[in-house]
Design a protein around this ligand. Structure first.
Ligand SMILES: *[C@@H]1O[C@H](CO)[C@@H](O)[C@H](O)[C@H]1NC(C)=O
Length: 529
């Protein structure tokens, strides 16, 4: 693994070492696992495909992208197939094409007709596991629901089905059926459960395969909520595997598109306090679950940066990558068990665009948010590297820090330092404000001999869209990297490539301390050894 300090310097344009003790920010890493640290599951990081558009991901590019993250994990990465379109799917045994929508404009709200070849997509991704949504909706059609599930089940086999989710955002079902309430949801959900258990011959623990809730981000605290669902029979019948909710950092539709300006990146996405505030109701659910004899893991099964009209330059930018790393680490430190980053072709919050069918974002392309996936997966670690996480500091001058502790050693193994202070290069670089930085004086303890630092970087800052999309938008060279690696359709077919070799810095620890410079709009992981 080679790296050159010279190349690294030229990327960030910052002279390191200068005045580092004058403005250094002290952070002490506890030497043993703190009591409030929580175990992070090996399959914490996941993706999600909108049901109606599933066949768009049946290509080598998408397989490569997912493999490159799967390879960093020691358990199957979970892809959730779901969404509003997943309730609006009709299976036709004699349909030739895989999927088409039956309205003029195809969105995640459209109705879709699918044929047997729709399910071929489930074959293409090696080693991943799937969360499959049972079509439910306000008016359950059991014949169709079971047809969909049977095809998925026969294609995947028991071992590759992580969960069967019961419908999508039932908190909205009352808009189509006034009388819809918890009792209706419970009745329909149990009807599906009974049929699945019988049809697939599930015995004993195998019956605990269902994912309930799937409450919309905007409705997490509404009258129809996850706790209400779990208080009923679904919380007690021993069949619930995961409790699920959705999370978008910004979900409200904005009429005025100019709302999503670069100036708002700091306020909306790159904002640790905003992230914590938005997580609060989910943390309340986790606390409620923890009091149960057998707590269900809470998964965030549909997650995105910003919807409601956000352009790629907002929701899919490097600024969104900064949001993603802080959000995922904050969520895992609160005990969230998985995050599935959702997408559909053209979705501007998507990690990649699978093909050229999307309207709001072109493809095939990897988006500027993508390096966050590799950062998060590497922070979680794999095999013996898995551990317990704790938040060290939260949003002091836009800086957040988290530490991971080895499960066996109970010693700190990795420290994430995330500088969410928004910076981007002006279109006219001469007019750009100076890119500032924080210097963290990290107290890692006398036992640590040296550290290795890896960085999630963008030379252009928060507005960078990555190699592929910056070319599409006619403003090339907005590279985004994690430890020197970038992902691109054009260059590497989604496999990832090192722009100028792997980038890492090995630094000797002196008297238990190491100084780490983190430029504004950059996130690092300090690996302790
Ligand atoms: C950006 O990435 C491309 C593709 O790897 C590479 O050819 C180019 O040199 C990079 N540009 C900069 C400024 O690093």
């Amino acid at each position: 693994m080679g790296w050159t300090f010279r190349i690294f310097l030229s990327i960030t344009g910052i002279v390191y070492g200068q005045n580092k003790d004058v403005d250094s920010h002290p952070i002490v890493v506890p030497k043993a696992t703190p009591r409030n640290a929580v175990s992070v599951p090996a399959d914490f990081f996941g993706f999600g495909f909108e049901s109606g558009f599933l066949p768009h991901y049946n290509n080598e590019f998408s397989h490569n992208v997912v493999s490159s993250i799967q390879n960093r994990m020691s358990k199957p990465l979970v892809i959730r197939v779901g969404g509003t379109s997943g309730d609006n799917i009709i299976v036709h045994e004699d349909q030739k094409d895989a999927s088409h929508c039956t309205s003029k404009f195809c969105t995640s709200l459209s109705h879709f007709d699918v044929g047997p070849s729709y399910f071929d997509t489930l074959k293409g991704f090696s080693n991943v596991a799937w969360s499959i949504q049972a079509p439910m909706g306000p008016h359950l059609d059991m014949t169709n629901t079971m047809l969909y599930l049977k095809h998925a089940w026969e294609t995947l086999g028991k071992d590759r089905v992580s969960a069967i989710a019961l419908g999508n955002e039932p908190n909205w079902y009352h808009l189509h059926d006034k009388g819809y309430d918890y009792a209706t949801y419970t009745k329909d959900a149990i009807e599906i459960e009974d049929a699945v258990i019988k049809e697939f011959g599930l015995k004993g623990d195998e019956r605990q395969i269902f994912q309930v809730g799937e409450i919309a981000s905007e409705a997490v605290s509404s009258d129809f909520n996850l706790i209400g669902i779990l208080k009923d029979r679904l919380g007690q019948n021993g069949r619930t595997k995961y409790a699920a909710e959705h999370f978008y950092q910004h979900a409200e539709p904005e009429k005025d598109k100019s709302y999503f300006s670069i100036q708002r990146l700091q306020e909306v996405l790159m904002n640790p306090a905003n992230i914590q505030n938005h997580l609060k109701p989910y943390v309340d659910v986790i606390d409620w679950l923890r009091e149960k004899k057998k707590p269900y893991p809470l998964v965030l099964s549909e997650v995105g940066s910003a919807i409601g009209g956000s352009p790629l330059t907002f929701g899919g930018s490097f600024g969104a990558a900064m949001w993603a790393v802080d959000f995922h680490l904050a969520a895992m430190a609160h005990g969230v068990q998985r995050v599935c980053n959702t997408m559909g072709p053209g979705a501007t919050h998507a990690f990649w665009e699978p093909d050229n069918s999307g309207r709001q974002a072109k493809g095939p392309a990897v988006n500027g948010i993508f390096p966050a996936a590799a950062y998060i997966a590497d922070f979680v670690g794999k095999d013996d590297g898995l551990g317990k996480v704790t938040e060290l500091i939260s949003g002091v001058e836009s800086l957040t820090a988290y530490a991971m502790y080895g499960l066996k050693s109970a010693k700190p193994t990795r420290v994430a330092l995330i500088n969410l202070k928004e910076w981007h290069e002006d279109e006219n670089p001469a007019l750009s404000p100076r890119r500032d930085h924080v210097t963290v004086a990290l107290d890692v303890g006398e036992e640590t001999k040296s550290v290795t630092i890896k960085r999630m970087q963008s030379e252009k800052g928060s507005t960078a869209l990555g190699f592929d999309q910056s070319i599409e938008q006619g403003r090339p060279w907005e590279n985004v990297t994690w430890a020197g690696e970038q992902w691109s359709h054009k260059v590497d077919m989604g496999k990832g490539h090192f722009v100028s070799g792997p980038q890492e810095e090995k630094v000797e620890v002196s008297q238990g301390k190491v100084h780490v410079v983190v430029p504004d709009t950059e996130a690092v992981i300090v690996f302790l050894s």
